[in-house]
Design a protein around this ligand. Sequence first.
Ligand code: CMC
Length: 463
Amino acid sequence: MKNPPARFRIETPTKNGSSEMTTPGNTQSTDKTAGDLSITDKRTNKNYDLSIKDGAIRAADLRQIKTADRDDVGLLSYDPAFMNTASCRSSITYIDGDKGILRYRGYPIEQLAEKASFLEVAWLLRHGELPNQKEYDGFVHDITYHTYVHENIRNFLQGFRYDAHPMSMLQSSVAALSSFYPEARNIFDPEQRNIAVIRLLAKTPTIAAFSYRHSKGLPVVYPDNSLSYVENFLSMINRMTEPRYEANPTFVRALEILFILHADHEQNCSTSSVRMVGSSHVDPFSAMSAGVAALFGPLHGGANEQVLRMIEEIGTIQNVPAFIETVKSGSGKLMGFGHRVYKSYDPRAKIVKQLADSVFKITGVDRGLEIALELERIALQDDYFVSRKLYPNVDFYTGLIYRSMGFPTEFFTVLFAIARMAGWLSQWEEMLLDKEQKIARPRQIFTGHGERQFKQTINVGIK
Ligand code: CMC
């Protein structure tokens, strides 16, 4: 019979001398959580004092906790899916998931969405402060003059089937850029980092638009340097025979706001992928393509595409209650609902909902809006969703806006990727310059066979 699992007693002495359990939380400037954690290992009756800083202990400090067994390498923390593990210190984005707060470098997302431009936000994320006029003008100029891609990238995109998913095209083309800029491998040269950041921000919309035109069987539209970042993107998407594309100003501002809302979101799946791949010191184009790959998944950025497919499948408002019941019975998810960090309304979703009104005033109300509103209405009253704190996330309403603006469903996640590139690049650079970071390399708890002898059972042609 197996022994019952060994236990620890964990106490954190407080200032008044009593003990209480501590939940690591988000701290910003003053560290009210600092102190010591006293642990008794009941297997050995040994005591350990571990430092708590910023609401966290260092997992590596647990390694000193060992039994007398010579093979015991020390205690590991087991945390599948990083449910409770901070992998870095970051000063870029702050989220309070219970209060529904999101800030970039201290600035509330609501203020940035109202007053800033996307490139201003991209600068802010990377540099930590808003640009002054000279810095901003120089940055916009640099981005504008790097929007062209090498013609071989255009040819490369032509190699895809007409029905290739645009996220596959984007991911491989971003990776392919690394072969055009081998000097970008000098990641510790600030000049090389800077030009790679400019190139990635400038060329991602171009590649995205080229892949859109490829899907439509249309010739590509080259960048127009007289246009703003968003106007130029819409021109590369929509322009036909007109000499200059005049985008609808409401669409331009709506897309700019959506880009701002999506620009960063701290250590989510794609950002962590970028950091992890980047931690091997590969070039930024390769690291960013890992971000695009992670974002493609339906539980992450791919959810905006899945929300629209779900709404189409539901079909009519009358079918909503039955659909909710199937979700509650465990077959499928309510896409665009739920979040690892937000346990209240996603602040981005609130802004997106308001934005939808301004776009629908021009395009007419999207046919899926009625279904989406009914899904939200029922879910927010239903104990299944309420008890699990499942609220609409950023992806719930964005698809309806994108569709009203004429984007095809499979293109929605590409729009997310264009914006998130700003966050990925900032987080990648922060990781590189962080002296505490090393190549990311998690541990495992091995659950497989012990040693066993190989026996030849099939003929594989080895003489
Ligand atoms: N519909 C129905 N049930 C859900 C949903 C949902 N959308 N999300 C979570 N749950 C349930 C889940 O089944 C679990 O129930 P139980 O406790 O009975 O097992 C409980 O809620 C906790 O969920 P979880 O899966 O442990 O939560 P997580 O933090 O691992 O996953 C999530 C977060 C976003 C992947 C998940 O909520 C989800 O799959 N949502 C749908 C996909 C989606 O909208 N993704 C976009 C996320 S926001 C933008 C982005 O990151 O790109």
